[in-house]
Design a protein around this ligand. Sequence first.
Ligand SMILES: NC(=O)c1ccc[n+]([C@@H]2O[C@H](COP(=O)([O-])OP(=O)(O)OC[C@H]3O[C@@H](n4cnc5c(N)ncnc54)[C@H](OP(=O)(O)O)[C@@H]3O)[C@@H](O)[C@H]2O)c1
Length: 366
Amino acid sequence: MATHAAVVTVGPGLPLEIHQVPTPKPVGAQVRVRSEWTASTPLDLHQADGGLLVTHPLVLGDGVAGTVVDVGPDVTLLRVGDKVFGFTWRNQAEKAHQEYVVAPEFLFGKLPDGVTMQQAVTLPNNFVTAWHTFTKHFGFELPWPNPEGYVPKDADEAILIWGGSSSVGQYAIQILKWYGYKNVIATASRQHHDKLRRYGAVKCFDYRDVSVIEEIKNYATGRATRPGIPYILDCIGSLAGSVRPLAKIAESGSKVAVLLPIIVKDAAVGIKPEYSMDVEGCADWQPGVEALGVRTHFYIDNKFLAEHLQSEIMPTLLAKGVIEANEQIVVEGQTLLERAEKALSMLRNKAVSGARLVWRVSDEKS
Ligand SMILES: NC(=O)c1ccc[n+]([C@@H]2O[C@H](COP(=O)([O-])OP(=O)(O)OC[C@H]3O[C@@H](n4cnc5c(N)ncnc54)[C@H](OP(=O)(O)O)[C@@H]3O)[C@@H](O)[C@H]2O)c1
């Protein structure tokens, strides 16, 4: 069987390696995509440094942009030569930090005209995460297509996006604006407040301010139709940095969706990170607060979203300009391994603020 190069974590905290892995022929409704651009996300760090839910060796990465080079016999939407982007993660052949990705066509959207692969590859996992959280954990309808004049049931309720400048946070705020949610508030460093207001946040707070908890509670009082903040999305999942502060903000009736894992100890050079998956037990939530752990991988349990979210909704909203891609930091390096290691090191050193790390996988020009 043909083989190709893949970026692999071989053990927690060990240097990444390049392995030659099999290049499967697509079957059924699968396509084979030459992976041209990928993104590095905190999950890569959780897996490579923390060994989170990993059986080593493991190919890293779950966001890909590239060109379809082969299709299975049952493929109906895509053709050889199509430029696509997608969130693909379920097995080694689907992982993104390798020269070829083989996955079913429903996990890809076509790259819209005028959008580069570098821009598009910032979306897949976190656009899907925001959508999945709103529909599964908050019960928001997010009807597709979005009917003209649609007003959501909770249009005026306060929705707090903690970590609004994170990749997930930026997509979350933009999706809410498009559906007509009018009372979205966010935390982020001050330098990102203008952008988040443009995306639809009515008020931004700096999470580093000592009085941020009181400020948010005071602001929310009287601005929603019911007291407190009924919906809270924790895009950070840091025990000290977001979960514990949110336990002081959430009141009876609040739903708090925390993106897993909860980071108990951050990764750093020479430091093994620690994680928890126990959202309910990790903080002193007030009685009546519903604390929920988010795992985006389950979005495909929703048949409609499995079939439409990546193949249709994501590229359509990007093409229409409803969703603006995250800013990108292009990670340069002579080799695939160098780019992957450099991106991981930037995540470890917390060198990312309001942007997504993207890098070229294949050195072949498209
Ligand atoms: N379970 C799942 O299915 C799932 C899916 C997707 C993501 N996640 C997890 O969600 C987390 C975020 O992912 P991401 O890709 O969106 O991250 P990201 O874009 O890399 O996040 C970077 C941002 O985090 C912000 N930040 C850091 N500490 C903060 C704090 N204490 N309070 C508020 N903001 C803070 C920084 O804000 P400033 O620059 O403004 O300072 C920075 O812009 C990761 O841990 C990831 O693994 C989980």
